[in-house]
Design a protein around this ligand. Sequence first.
Ligand code: NAP
Length: 319
Amino acid sequence: MSSSGEGVLRAVETPLFWLGALTAAWVSLCSVYRLLSGFRVWVLGNGRLVSPAVLGKWAVVTGATDGIGKAYAEELARRGFAIVLISRSQEKLDEVSKAIESKCGVETKTIAADFSGTDIYSQIENGLAGLEIGVLVNNVGFSYSYPEFFLSVPDLDKFIDSLININMTSVCQMTRLVLPRMVERRKGAILNISSASGLFPVPLLTVYSASKAFVDFFSRGLQAEYKSKGIIIQSVLPFFVATKLSKIKRATLDKPSPERYVAAELNTVGLQSQTNGYLPHAIMGWLTTALLPTKVLSSYMMSMCLSQRARHLKKQKQG
Ligand SMILES: NC(=O)c1ccc[n+]([C@@H]2O[C@H](COP(=O)([O-])OP(=O)(O)OC[C@H]3O[C@@H](n4cnc5c(N)ncnc54)[C@H](OP(=O)(O)O)[C@@H]3O)[C@@H](O)[C@H]2O)c1
């Protein structure tokens, strides 16, 4: 090597050493921080934070007669909250409210409302009047009956209106009704059920995926606005949970039952403002958003949804 080359090497040797040492220290610090905060969330949890004594007497759950919403209603009742259940069918509401009252010995109230419309909020406001609401779970949600190209979605005009009203308008309107009293009391938690499909675009489920990204952004923005007023607003982004909506019948470790998912999720309230809610889902969230390049993820999603679509259309043809 020429003497001028050696000179250059010697000149950059010390800065390169420090750059390497600082990078290694930074990566180690970040890993230790991740491990410690993981331990705090997934092992220690938040203790008795989600209880009526801390947040207020009533919990309100939308889409409370099935799946994840029903599991929230039951788990919050087990923790001693009186429950307001909101869903479409009065018959199912009566069934779930009776079961909760007899199992948990708490008060319940039901409101039958269809979130696909927008003329329901004064009826809901009347139903909630005078209640000390500690927790609101904005859970109600609607998705495609099968993955489909935007322009080929059956009854597209109506589908767009329903999906936006159920998945997005309900979250904003319910928050408008409940948040003012929480702010007055400087206490309360609002859990907005988004979805892992709001973390990245999911082709062929585009309107659903975009609506869930809206819920995530709405929640995170609102948390920044109201954190100093003592209010917890959490964006919850589950991967698959075994429910009617996901059409998964048998729960597994990575596709848990709604009860298992909700029990884990409630321990993250107050610790994570954006959460996948359940340790295996948190690992999946980290793998998909931090490790996989967006292009790879997007083409994987496209091929997965295309094959689901093909299976659905074949079944439909066979009759
Ligand atoms: N399951 C998953 O894998 C998964 C993954 C990520 C995110 N999520 C989200 O989690 C939430 C709950 O999903 P889920 O899987 O538990 O759904 P689900 O099993 O289909 O339950 C939906 C609940 O909402 C009610 N509902 C549906 N349409 C309604 C409407 N128009 N008005 C009022 N109530 C209505 C249903 O009751 P009635 O039919 O009696 O009204 C039922 O109680 C949704 O926001 C979903 O996007 C689910």
